[in-house]
Unconditional design. Structure first.
Length: 276
């Protein structure tokens, strides 16, 4: 199925007058080592700007001040503080792990901790380094149907042993069914292998080919799943809107930055919500 504006309009509905921050979900983001703090900050910007009610970021202490400078709306937790991590995990609706996580033993311990404490009511998004660690260590998922993988083609190769040249829709779909997760296979035209359907995103611009765009997409998906129905359509709408905003900005820009996508999310979500 080709994703279009009609699907986005079905997902992004006007907010009810009687609602509060808890209505729009609690997200917990895990990532950002001392070298790649920008990745988790970009994810958090997208999560908050796409409408998640409460966002907590579990990251290296070095990233706390920069995160609050960019996004005072987010809460911070030291990723060495296991007691506090377990506390925030208990109340989360959506977990996102991977942006800037790294592949050190400490990163692996965090991934194991998240997988061990995911509950039946929580959805998990795995991106970037988390996918690399998951593939390398051959870990198992507690709730595959409530898990979203967001690999680019090389990460998908690590996960499935499918060489990029062999990544046809038929073979990708077979591997997705084996894993049991929803898979957002990122490329110049991203394909979503959902639980019930395959969605094709045919928009997006070369202007978006810059570092941090995947981190922003992962954060947008987290924000959407936090507040809208937890299904393939919501994920597809997040992917489409991310590319749609990039296309709009590319009409007057040679390069589109990930943080610009996040800045424009509230405006375009309002636009589509008014078309219902």
């Amino acid at each position: 199925m080709i994703i279009d504006e009609r699907l986005v309009q079905q997902v992004i509905t006007p907010r009810p007058a009687e609602s509060h921050k808890g209505t729009y979900g609690r997200t917990v983001l895990i990532g950002g080592n001392e070298q790649y703090g920008g990745a988790i900050i970009m994810s958090a910007l997208a999560t908050v700007n796409s409408g998640a009610g409460l966002t907590t970021v579990i990251t290296a202490p070095k990233n706390h001040a920069p995160l609050h400078a960019h996004l005072p709306e987010a809460m911070c937790v030291d990723w060495h503080d296991k007691k506090m991590i377990l506390s925030v995990l208990e109340t989360a609706d959506i977990l996102l792990i991977g942006p800037g996580l790294g592949t050190t033993p400490e990163s692996f311990d965090l991934l194991e901790l998240i997988l061990a404490h995911q509950t039946k009511k929580q959805w998990l998004i795995m991106d970037g380094s988390a996918l690399t660690l998951f593939a390398k260590e051959q870990l198992e998922l507690p709730y595959p149907k409530q898990t979203v993988f967001t690999p680019h083609q090389m990460e998908w190769q690590r996960l499935t042993s499918l060489a990029i040249a062999d990544q046809t829709k038929e073979k990708n779909s077979m591997k997705q069914r084996e894993l049991g997760t929803t898979v957002i296979l990122k490329s110049h035209q991203t394909t979503i292998y959902g639980q019930k359907m395959i969605y094709q995103n045919t928009i997006g611009s070369a202007a978006m080919a810059t570092g941090g765009m995947g981190d922003t997409l992962a954060g947008t998906i987290a924000g959407f799943l936090a507040q809208f129905p937890k299904n393939d359509q919501t994920i597809a709408a997040a992917v489409y809107l991310h590319s749609y905003i990039g296309d709009q900005l590319a009409k007057s820009q040679y390069v589109v930055l990930p943080t610009q996508i996040s800045q424009h999310l509230p405006q375009w979500m309002h636009h589509f919500s008014q078309k219902n």
